[in-house]
Design a protein around this ligand. Structure first.
Ligand code: AMP
Ligand code: ZN
Length: 116
């Protein structure tokens, strides 16, 4: 589960720590660029956080260099939803910046729904 972009022991980012298994989380999906794990305080029967393995603080920090990665991250969403049994659909939320209620500054999609 390593990623060369994030191999920095002094990185204080909570989600990078989850990515590197330095703190526990229930990871439900992983591919080359993305992981998804269960939110510790779920607001829906299925509530996942879907993150790029590359550390990007928020949508405000995106640049052209992230186009391919953001495409891969977005394409992972329906795959993860299907894996979790969200066959009727799902909600995506991206809190962005202090004003957007973002608490963890590693870009993440909240993926929420109910299995059916
Ligand atoms: P946001 O407000 O968009 O930054 O959301 C951060 C989310 O991370 C919140 O929904 C928290 O419940 C969740 N969270 C915080 N710490 C953990 C953790 N250790 N494992 C899983 N989810 C977490
Ligand atoms: Zn990070």
């Amino acid at each position: 589960m390593s990623n060369l972009n994030n191999l920095n022991n002094s990185n204080p980012c909570l989600f990078c720590k989850i990515l590197h298994q330095e703190i526990p989380a229930e990871i439900v999906y992983e591919d080359e660029h993305v992981i998804a794990f269960k939110d510790i305080h779920p607001k829906a029967p299925v509530h996942l956080l879907v993150i790029p393995k590359t550390h990007i603080a928020s949508l405000l920090d995106l640049s052209q260099t992230h186009l391919d990665l953001m495409g891969k991250l977005t394409l992972a969403l329906p795959k993860i939803a299907q894996k979790m049994g969200l066959s009727q659909g799902f909600k995506i939320q991206i809190n962005t910046g202090i004003g957007g209620g973002q608490e963890v500054f590693h870009l993440h999609y909240h993926l929420m729904g109910k299995a059916s």
